[in-house]
Ligand binder design. Sequence first.
Ligand code: ATP
Ligand code: MG
Ligand code: MG
Ligand code: MG
Length: 471
Amino acid sequence: MSSSVNDIRTAFLDYFGRNGHEIVESGPLVPRNDPTLMFTNAGMVQFKNVFTGLEHRPYNRATTSQKCVRAGGKHNDLDNVGYTARHHTFFEMLGNFSFGDYFKDLAIELAWNLITKEFGLDKDRLLVTVYHTDDQAFDLWKKIAGLPEERIIRIPTSDNFWAMGDTGPCGPCSEIFYDHGEHIWGGPPGSAEEDGDRFIEIWNLVFMQYEQLTAEERVNLPKPSIDTGMGLERIAAVLQGEHDNYDIDLFKTLIGASVELTGVPAEGKARASHRVIADHLRSSAFLIADGVLPSNEGRGYVLRRIMRRAMRHAQLLGASEPLMWRLLPALVAEMGRAYPELIRAEALISETLKLEETRFGRTLERGLSLLTDASSDMNEGDVLDGETAFKLYDTYGFPLDLTQDALRQRGISVDDDGFKAAMERQKAEARKNWAGSGEAATETVWFELKDKLGATDFLGYDTERAEGVIT
Ligand code: ATP
Ligand code: MG
Ligand code: MG
Ligand code: MG
């Protein structure tokens, strides 16, 4: 098997298809009828109601390659991008699902056969975790995979216990890790160095066997289910003999395009910038294709943060003209066949990227020079005051995380509380002014105007809702 990202995706779906699973399309990034979730962040999202029994499908086994974004809400990997070998804001999660059909034994067998037989991974480089009380899973890994006991690690934390929410289906999980070798810093799961990038989690198998009824009461599910998720980019790295997700074929192409257009090699400090740009291009393009547009609130604000952050990195690489939209054709060429929505929305994505870059480009430069002045005397360990961070936000459209990202390499952090306080003060001030104006109609007029022009032009006053998504 060739091990390009496109071929691995197909091989995964075919394998589970051959094993009785319905091959189902990815759900959209904006979950349908689920206001509790900002973006689809796992394969099981489109099947939530199937797992709880609210919805029935004509199949009880399914497999997908699900578009995921983890850049807001409970799962937020935005700050990891560019700095770890394994995190993206947008990634594809390969999964197989059993809705009350098979359970632990077949789930483990199918997973183990796929990675060791079909994909041919070296067994000696694999290790797994189980929830500390899950003796059943421990024994199955020993029996089915023939793994020695020291490579089946019992983990007592919530990392190995999955729950849909405070109530609902839940259960232990078992994660498969790949050891990329001693030359990379990091330790096995459960050890003090587990945050390193030597042992990389490739696949998570969730065994849904309970239902949490109330905080105290948990019962066995009559028909336990399976939900698994494997990062396509992570398994591609392993199969392509790379340690780093950003060195797989897909990212080589995207980063190559960014290198070509900027003329800056992906070395030294520029390396992280090219990675951030390639990653953020994917999340921005896929979010726009699924109907999200940059705005100052909710999902749109997360998209705006991602786009603006990428633009700062483009600026770091010396790009003085909009860059992101020019990279789009490379992405569409790589991923358009698997995700035709990219092709359908290409013109919209391109326009949206270009417009946002053009608009923000003007203030970005001025904001950055303010930031440079404000931080010129600062050293590692220092903290930028909240007033300045708020001014950058309010006047120059800098999302807080952009300012944080800009100072990160110098080891300078931002006073979050000071930022929030400055925002509160401004809100209170605005309210006072309304009250003091004595004209009841003013507020109505203002809101009408705002509706007409869109929130974008009223960034300074629209902080209330934007605030909720600043994490
Ligand atoms: P990690 O501990 O490495 O952050 P996770 O435990 O948060 O991963 P899960 O929620 O178990 O990840 O998701 C299932 C699989 O999806 C992971 O095993 C991994 O292969 C992949 N994955 C998760 N987050 C990301 C990401 N940000 N970028 C790329 N792949 C990811
Ligand atoms: Mg994670
Ligand atoms: Mg994990
Ligand atoms: Mg996991």
